[in-house]
Design a protein around this ligand. Structure first.
Ligand SMILES: Cc1cc2nc3c(=O)[nH]c(=O)nc-3n(C[C@H](O)[C@H](O)[C@H](O)COP(=O)(O)OP(=O)(O)OC[C@H]3O[C@@H](n4cnc5c(N)ncnc54)[C@H](O)[C@@H]3O)c2cc1C
Length: 496
């Protein structure tokens, strides 16, 4: 039996681990410093499954190949794992001649990479395909295969599938060093002790360069490139059916306007290079948000007023100094594998990166065979709000908690919240966090962003599971939801 330890439970590490669960003779452990899966770069991005025609196949041959392969695998993965997804297609909207001229090269890239259906379209066709486009548009590029998923639901679904297939997750565990003996990786040191390993896979996102240095590899660095977003209420009228974006620049694919799978208008991101040490700098700025709003108004006929914004947030792209994905199996030290610098289109490419990396590993191990009992399927948490009445009635009869709506904005029931908690425990989440419940159920996700249902959920976790609100956190250490029990303070209890 070989033990493969994957560092990083983001979309990359989880996809690699999912592929590895298909084989007999491998024990898989995925480790993450955060108390849940997907809380790194995977949590905050534009959520697009790119068509891949914007990848330059000369400059990034592996990246463009993995992008298209990943895109195609997602069609299968979203079905197998019941991940919310849609495939509306996308339009790059040009508003000046220079932008229009710049679009021609993507036709060439599309042809060479093998992206189907990409074509230049004129103003009339743009407005016919998408009436929400700004009539000042002078032309554009249509890519019919673009899609969008919910990245957190994807990470969670993959994690559940890994555990169903016998893999393990060690969350809230920080990798601190890699132990090398006789030129081979033999173990990792973590905040919770040493773990023996035959293979260590570095899928640590923004911190991948630091993990590589632990293995003596020091030929690249990572700096964060921040992207800021505005998320509007799902009740605004402006809901483009196609994914729209401004013309790409050498740094970014442009600013997008997209109706997410959850029905919200999302606009962004910016592309701001930050110093290496700013890897946690995911704050938003007035300047960044203003820029996003201004850019989006170039491509949309109208924008909802800022009073309809329910959330602003920022994500950090892990930009590698090499400019492209770093994916390699090291012979020195043997057993150290990197899936580093996974910047955009990393979400799109993830299933293919997983396949590619698992192949690099499998071909170096002996006596490894595919499993016949591998489970490809995972079921989503039942969602009574979207069920046909008869189906919903049956579910509520079986478990009345599904009839008790806790989050009014998103119509999420207590049954869904309790099922989420059960699943968090099953995959090894060390503490139940309110954000963990949010990402699984989409309670606390609507217009009020949890100001109404969060206290109710905290209270019900206490009453149902004995989790006292003053011990529950929003997102782990340092984010306690409540201060203490008032009655205990009045009683003068010492541990209040
Ligand atoms: C603004 C923005 C927009 C984007 N838009 C898109 C898009 O629309 N489409 C697309 O395809 N891609 C997009 N991307 C890129 C995509 O989000 C990333 O490529 C992808 O999420 C990277 O996932 P990952 O698993 O490699 O990294 P992460 O999700 O960061 O996972 C790495 C994990 O490693 C853990 N870790 C780090 N150090 C340690 C340690 N010492 N010990 C234990 N664990 C550790 C972290 O906690 C983290 O959870 C975008 C990115 C950004 C920031």
């Amino acid at each position: 039996m070989y033990r493969v330890v994957v560092v990083g439970a983001g979309i990359t590490g989880l996809s690699i681990a999912r592929w590895l669960t298909r084989y007999k003779g491998i024990e898989i452990i995925v480790i993450d410093k955060e108390p849940d899966v997907g809380w790194g770069v995977t949590k905050a991005n534009t959520s697009i499954i790119h068509p891949c025609h914007e990848e330059n196949p000369d400059k990034h041959p592996l990246r463009s190949k993995l992008c298209l392969e990943g895109h195609n695998l997602w069609y299968k993965w979203v079905k197998e794992l019941e991940i919310p997804a849609k495939w509306p297609g996308e339009i790059i909207v040009a508003t000046i001649d220079e932008e229009l001229k710049g679009l021609h090269k993507y036709i060439d890239y599309a042809y060479r990479i093998g992206v189907p259906g990409v074509r230049l379209i004129d103003r009339e066709e743009i407005l016919r395909l998408e009436p929400w486009v700004n009539p000042d548009a002078i032309g554009g590029l249509y890519a019919p295969t673009a899609g969008t998923i919910n990245p957190m639901m994807a990470a969670i679904a993959i994690a559940e599938n890994i555990v169903d297939n016998g893999g393990k997750l060690l969350l809230g565990t920080k990798v601190e060093d890699i132990v090398i003996r006789d030129g081979k990786v033999v173990a990792i040191e973590t905040s919770k002790g040493r773990i023996e390993a035959d293979i260590v896979v570095n899928a640590a996102g923004l911190y991948a360069d630091r993990i590589s240095r632990m293995a003596g590899i020091d030929d690249y660095s990572i700096h964060p490139r921040r992207g800021q977003y505005l998320l509007f209420s799902d009740r605004v009228d402006v809901k483009p059916s196609k994914i729209l974006h401004t013309a790409p620049t050498p740094k970014t694919k442009g600013v997008y306007a997209i109706t997410t799978v959850d029905g919200n208008l999302l606009i962004g991101p910016t592309a701001e290079d930050l110093p290496e040490e700013a890897r946690e700098e995911n704050t938003t700025t007035h300047q960044g948000l203003d820029f996003t709003y201004k850019m989006a108004s170039r491509i949309l006929r109208e924008l909802p007023p800022r009073s309809k914004i329910i959330k602003t947030f920022a994500g950090l792209r892990p930009e590698p100094s090499t400019g492209t994905f770093i994916i390699r199996f090291h012979e020195k030290p043997w057993g150290f594998v990197e899936a580093a610098g996974i910047r955009s289109p990393g979400l799109t490419a993830a299933p293919a990166i997983g396949k590619h990396v698992s192949k690099l590993i499998i071909e170096r191990l002996e006596n490894i065979e595919p499993r016949k009992d591998w489970r490809s399927k995972r079921q989503a948490i039942p969602r009574p709000a979207y069920m046909a009445p008869r189906e919903r009635d049956k579910l509520i009869r079986e478990n009345p908690d599904y009839g008790w709506i806790i989050c009014v904005c998103r119509k999420v029931s207590l049954g869904e919240i309790m099922e989420a908690v059960k699943r968090m425990k099953k995959i090894g989440v060390p503490e139940i966090t309110l954000d963990g419940i949010k990402f699984r159920t989409h309670s606390m996700y609507g217009d009020c962003q949890g100001s109404q249902c969060r206290p109710h959920i905290a209270y019900l976790l206490w009453k149902r599971l004995g989790l006292q609100p003053w011990r529950i956190t929003i997102k782990g250490d340092g984010s306690k939801y409540a201060f203490t029990e008032v009655k205990a303070l009045l009683r003068g209890d010492r541990d209040a």
